[in-house]
Design a binder for this molecule. Structure first.
Ligand SMILES: Cc1ncc(COP(=O)(O)O)c(C=O)c1O
Length: 361
């Protein structure tokens, strides 16, 4: 048996005719930049998430950047986030000249531990960026309570969690501004780079729409320093098709996760834990193992691909040496990064494939 980690090919084959026709339509109309498919997608994203505004953009990374630019994040500002995430969460903070301030994670969910946030707040702190890692939202009520107490904004990095919920609300409505990614391997992936930003705040929405178009207020009049951060019309056409089937895809991902958990329950691994007030979009199914490299090698020999999200927490990355965090500063992130391993995860993994994978664990 040969297992595909994300199985994008199967997904394309499933919706092939519809997607290809939608793309051909854009090509024939030549409306490549901000064509009608963009408006259509943004309307559907609003309906899907319940957010008042949905703004598509060029990537999940740019979504974070645009969100921070809308909040006027400046050099010297401090932004609190988790070190156990993809580089983009903190890189964008540093890119704007602000300082990433890390807080360790909760050992069960791998999301930022809200009880540790207050201790690192200073008069320079402007915002908190929780990440919904592997698809599960963080403890948002606790995070919002600290934010409110200190008048901070919350930007949610939902790059991995589009469609997940917390207390019945979609992940895209949990921050003052919430971001997501449509990178191909994400739960809702397009066919290249893409992302979106969500907010209920009219002023932030207007500003972010302008910022993604070089800060323009009207053509060739520029109110802000912005960026070229638009989403491509062709990619919007792809997502207009995929979004229609997304609820079904999420349900299938949940079935795969449930099967894994059941099949692995009598083995000696730490399995993912989704809190009872959350649903996960299951971007990854990540377990904690000992002797990870040897196990990955063994699985590879059986044609079972695995991945590590993420092998080195951000406070130990070379690019952040200037922040002067020591090894040991965030022991849970450091321990989990040594043990975590993602198993193949996509909506189309069938029972036989899951059993095959589990039999090698
Ligand atoms: C947590 C997190 N934040 C941000 C990003 C950046 O998204 P993109 O790759 O679309 O720029 C990713 C994607 O890999 C991510 O996983």
């Amino acid at each position: 048996m040969k297992i595909d980690f994300a199985n994008l090919q199967y997904q394309h084959a499933l919706y092939q005719d519809e997607i290809e026709q939608a793309v051909i339509k854009v090509m024939r109309n030549c409306n490549f930049i901000m064509g009608e498919e963009i408006t259509q997608l943004e309307d559907s994203l609003k309906t899907y998430t319940g957010a008042k505004h949905a703004i598509s953009c060029s990537s999940g990374t740019d979504a974070l950047l645009l969100a921070m630019m809308a909040l006027d994040i400046k050099p010297g500002d401090e932004i609190i986030t988790t070190p156990f995430t993809f580089i983009a969460t903190a890189e964008t903070i540093a890119f704007l000249g602000a300082k990433p301030v890390f807080v360790d994670i909760d050992e069960l969910t791998y999301n930022i531990d809200p009880s540790k946030i207050e201790a690192v707040i200073t008069e320079r702190t402007k915002a908190i960026i929780p990440v919904s890692l592997y698809g599960q939202p963080a403890d948002m009520d606790a995070i919002q309570a600290v934010a409110k107490k200190y008048s901070l904004k919350v930007i949610l990095d939902g790059a991995q969690s589009f469609g997940s919920t917390y207390k019945g609300k979609t992940d895209s409505t949990l921050g003052d501004i919430s971001c997501t990614s449509f990178f191909p391997a994400k739960p809702l992936g397009c066919y290249g780079d893409g992302g979106a930003i969500f907010t209920d705040d009219d002023a932030f929405a207007e500003k972010m729409k302008s910022l993604r178009l070089h800060g323009q207020s009207k053509r060739y009049h520029h109110q802000y320093i912005g960026l070229g951060g638009r989403f491509d019309t062709i990619q919007a056409a792809v997502l207009n098709v995929k979004l229609k089937y997304y609820k079904k895809d999420l349900a299938l991902r949940q079935t795969v996760a449930t099967r894994y958990t059941k099949a692995l329950s009598n083995k000696n691994y730490i399995l993912p834990m989704v809190k009872s007030d959350c649903t996960s979009s299951w971007a990854q199914y990540s377990i904690r193992v000992q002797n990870r490299e040897a196990l990955q090698m063994r699985l590879k020999e059986a044609n079972i691909p695995t991945a590590v999200h993420y092998p080195m927490p951000l406070h130990l990355q070379e690019c952040f040496n200037y922040l002067r965090y020591e090894k040991g500063a965030f022991p849970i992130s450091e321990k989990v990064s040594q043990e975590i391993m993602s198993l193949p995860m996509n909506p189309f993994l069938n029972e036989d494939e899951i059993m095959y994978i589990v039999s090698h664990l």
